[in-house]
Design a protein around this ligand. Structure first.
Ligand SMILES: NC(=O)c1ccc[n+]([C@@H]2O[C@H](COP(=O)([O-])OP(=O)(O)OC[C@H]3O[C@@H](n4cnc5c(N)ncnc54)[C@H](O)[C@@H]3O)[C@@H](O)[C@H]2O)c1
Length: 304
């Protein structure tokens, strides 16, 4: 088995001061990457708390003989995103890999979610992913190579009670990744999304009611389990793009959104009514023979 190497590569990992991001940064560096360790520090709510967390991880890397610089900017502003990418350019001359990992959480029942709790999550997960990826993508496009990993969540794709703000933000991340993947394809930029589940301070602070029904049998929940997929997707060995992968409880699996064959009203038939939809709803919902379109164009091309 060939050992995946990041020799000569420059990586940015956002939110790398702890949890999954720290594990990603350590592995990339141990495999030869020069790493920008970004984290604004602070609580799980996403309040800035200073540079200590990013400094600590950068120090862990350099103490082990690797190369890293810390960056404390917030991903959530255009200026912060540019500064994070500029840190990579100043320290290491380029950007080959971006892992969008920074995140915050503020759970509450749907009607209790405050405007602040909604805005704060959209700011970090969604705007943060935009503002760091835009300048990084420009560098990758100009050099004709790049690997971008976005971090979504099962909560965002499948739903999770009392996490409407988090789920909306994480769902948006997948939508963003799909377009960046399509635009990156002609430039050698592979873009994929992970849906992790691992022990971190974020999970430890979740309302346990939210996780009711999750099996409690022993399973791999280490951050490094997530890193294994993130590093693979960030590597030159990865030929895949525009895909999403769930890593949970020791299981690695592809996640995709499909469309059923559906019920088709030919152009020369009368326009459908609500009664027609009711008459055909079983066919509309029938999952047998579904398709997984690679774009809006591919979806429309499926329709006779
Ligand atoms: N742990 C899980 O099971 C799980 C499940 C699904 C998704 N995720 C996602 O994985 C990612 C990592 O989460 P984690 O579990 O390691 O949690 P974590 O809280 O340990 O890590 C998130 C990091 O992001 C940093 N951060 C927050 N706002 C930031 C900002 N504006 N700019 C820069 N950094 C910022 C935090 O300081 C923190 O170090 C997040 O995007 C999270 O939503 C985690």
């Amino acid at each position: 088995m060939t050992r995946i190497s990041f020799d000569g590569r420059v990586a940015i990992v956002t939110g790398a001061g702890g949890g999954l991001g720290r594990a990603h940064a350590l592995d990339l560096a141990a495999r030869g990457a020069k790493v920008v360790v970004n984290d604004l520090g602070g609580s799980i709510a996403g309040d800035g708390g200073g540079g200590a967390m990013a400094d600590q991880v950068a120090k862990e890397i350099t103490s082990a003989g690797g190369q890293a610089v810390a960056n404390y900017d917030s991903v959530a502003t255009p200026e912060g995103g540019k500064a994070i990418v500029q840190t990579a350019l100043d320290a290491f001359g380029t950007v080959d890999i971006l892992i969008n990992n920074a995140g915050n959480i503020r759970n509450a029942p749907f009607t209790d979610l405050t405007p602040e709790a909604i805005e704060a999550l959209l700011a970090v997960h969604v705007k943060g992913a935009f503002y760091v990826t835009q300048p990084a993508f420009a560098v990758m496009r100009d050099k004709g190579y790049g690997r971008i990993v976005f971090t979504s969540s099962a909560a965002g794709i499948f739903g999770s009670p009392e996490q409407a703000n988090y789920a909306a933000a994480k769902g948006a991340v997948l939508g963003l990744a799909n377009v960046v993947a399509l635009e990156g394809a002609p430039h050698g930029i592979k873009v994929n999304t992970i849906l992790p589940a691992a022990v971190s301070r974020m999970i430890e602070n979740m309302n346990l009611e939210t996780l009711a029904g999750v099996p409690t049998t022993p399973a791999h929940n280490e951050p490094e389990m997530i890193t294994a997929m993130a590093s693979y997707l960030a590597s030159e060995e990865n030929p895949y793009s525009h895909e999403a992968f769930s890593i949970a409880r020791g299981r690695y699996a592809r996640v995709f959104i499909g469309v059923t064959g559906g019920h088709h009203v030919p152009a020369d038939a009368p326009i459908a009514t609500a009664d027609d939809v009711a008459a055909h709803i079983d066919t509309v919902r029938d999952q047998a023979g579904y398709h997984v379109p690679g774009s809006l164009v591919e979806e429309f091309a499926l329709i006779p």
